[in-house]
Structures are given as structure tokens and as C-alpha cells.
Design a binder for this molecule. Structure first.
Ligand code: ATP
Length: 264
């Protein structure tokens, strides 16, 4: 049975969102946001939670959210007809918005294609964008974000497939998580206005983790592809150049990206 949804006491009332539902504990903020979107939530509505018992990554992989130490939120966006041309940029939109908020703290985040934000080369945040369909029409996008803020948010090494860290460890001091959420929402709104622009692509490109380095991508049921990571395409695919000089465009799906440098 689902846990009762208790409001999150102490959640700041001045969050820059069109409407807010904030809970102490949920299964997944994305699931609640998809339900709310189907019920008519406005563009820019926000679901936030202190704890998720069933946070999701890609392909239903688990995203761990510990109480009091993390951000777990889902933003409901209703793309305009012009924005629907850039659906492949919404994951990057969330990553850029969060990256800007982290940069304002003095950090140097990188975006690990397609959906993670790294600090010091370690996973600090994960993004999961899901679509809410209204028949065959896109009703809304749900942009789910999980951020490890304090050290207790970071899962043990054996529970993750890629090394993890948190904002406070990277920064070396405590961080007010609602302030970080405010900053991330502000950043997302600002980058949304530039979706599809050369400035957007450039901002994404310069923050790409492993750019110019040799990497391996592991697509499902196919041999891995190794090559130098060249960059991202506007529609969201990753460009690699193999040793034979062939250029590959990898589409985000069940693909794992790993660096091939010594020690990795
Ligand atoms: P990878 O980053 O390994 O290539 P992925 O991008 O597909 O995989 P996601 O679907 O974004 O990963 O996230 C799910 C994975 O993230 C989990 O399988 C687990 O390894 C890892 N993970 C889960 N919770 C956290 C967390 N709080 N911090 C860091 N990593 C986590």
C-alpha cells in the first residue's frame, strides 16, 4: 500500500514555481508529478520530497534519496509548440540549471551524458525526464532531479555503478538545500528561454564530462564502442570518433558512458 502523503513541514513558501506540492516521504516524485500532470497541473508546477522510497533512474534503476540530505524534485513542464522541436534538450536543460546553481556556490560541475551531473568526477545528481501523454499528444514533460547534498545522501560504493559524491563534500562546507533548489529552478527557467539556441548547445558542450578523452559506451546487446568524445548534437546524441576515424552518433537509451583513462 502507498504511504500516506504528509506535507513537508518547513518547505519554503517562496519557491519559484507555478504551484508546489512538497511531501515528507513519497514513492517517487516523478510518479506523483505524472499523476498531477494528468490532472491538469500548470506549466512550472513542482513536486518535492524529503525522502523517496522508490526513486527512479533510467530504465527503472533505483535512485537513492535519503531524508534530510538530498534534493528530490520533479518539475512539470508543458512545452510550447516551438519547444517541442527541442525535446532532446530537456535533460540538458535540467543539468544546466543545476550546474549554474552549483557554479554560483563556486563549484565546477560537469554533465555526464546523458543525464548525470558530476562534481570532482563523481555522480552528484541524476536526471530523469518522462513524458505524460494525452492520447497521442504530448501533455507534459516531467523533469525529475535527485541531488546528493549532504554526505549521508551518498549511497555506499558497492550500491552504485559509478562513483558518487555530494555537494557538501565537493564544497567543503554545509549547503542550505532549499537555497540550492531555488537556484536550480531559476537556472532551469533561464536556460529554458534559450532552448535550441547556439548558446544553449555551447553551455552544454563546455560542461561535458570526458570531452576530448577516450571513452567507452556500452549499448545493450551490442559490442561496446570506444572512441574520443567529441561533443553533443543539438538533438541530444553524443558524438564519438573511433580509432579508425569513424564518427559515431550515440543516442541516449540504455547506454553507459565510461572514461577509459588510466585508473578508471
Ligand atoms: P551510469 O551513471 O552508471 O552510467 P545511468 O546514467 O543509467 O548509469 P541513472 O539511471 O541515471 O544511471 O541512475 C541510476 C543509477 O545511479 C543506479 O543504478 C545507481 O548506480 C546510481 N545511484 C542511485 N542513487 C544514487 C545516488 N543517490 N547518488 C549517486 N548515484 C546513485
Amino acid at each position: 500500500m502507498d504511504e500516506p502523503l504528509l506535507p513537508l513541514i518547513g518547505f519554503p513558501p517562496d519557491m519559484p514555481a507555478a504551484a508546489v506540492r512538497a511531501y515528507a516521504a513519497v514513492g517517487s516524485t516523478n510518479t506523483l508529478a505524472l499523476d498531477w500532470a494528468a490532472e491538469g497541473a500548470p506549466d512550472g508546477a513542482l513536486v518535492a520530497a524529503d525522502f523517496q522510497s522508490a526513486g527512479r533512474g533510467r530504465l527503472n534503476r533505483r535512485w537513492v534519496t535519503q531524508s534530510g540530505a538530498a534534493l528530490a524534485f520533479s518539475l512539470i513542464l508543458r512545452p510550447t509548440p516551438a519547444e517541442t522541436a527541442y525535446l532532446g534538450q530537456f535533460t540538458a536543460l535540467a543539468a544546466l540549471g543545476l550546474a549554474e546553481a552549483l557554479e554560483a556556490l563556486g563549484l565546477h560541475p560537469q554533465i555526464k551524458w546523458p543525464n548525470d551531473v558530476l562534481l570532482d568526477g563523481r555522480k552528484t545528481a541524476g536526471i530523469l525526464v518522462e513524458a505524460a501523454w494525452d492520447g497521442d499528444r504530448l501533455g507534459a514533460l516531467v523533469v525529475g532531479v535527485g541531488v546528493n547534498v549532504a554526505p549521508s545522501a551518498v549511497p555506499p560504493a558497492e550500491a552504485v555503478m559509478f562513483p558518487a559524491t555530494c555537494v557538501e563534500t565537493a564544497l567543503g562546507r554545509p549547503v542550505e538545500r532549499w537555497q540550492l533548489l531555488r537556484g536550480a529552478l531559476g537556472g532551469m527557467a533561464a536556460w529554458r528561454a534559450r532552448l535550441g539556441s547556439p548558446a544553449f548547445l555551447e553551455a552544454w558542450q563546455v560542461r561535458l564530462a570526458f570531452r576530448g578523452q577516450r571513452v567507452r559506451v556500452d549499448p545493450p546487446h551490442q559490442p561496446p564502442v570506444e572512441g574520443v568524445l567529441l561533443g553533443v548534437e543539438a538533438e541530444g546524441s553524443l558524438r564519438l570518433r573511433t580509432e579508425a576515424g569513424q564518427v559515431y552518433n550515440v543516442i541516449a537509451g540504455d547506454v553507459h558512458l565510461r572514461p577509459l583513462d588510466e585508473g578508471s
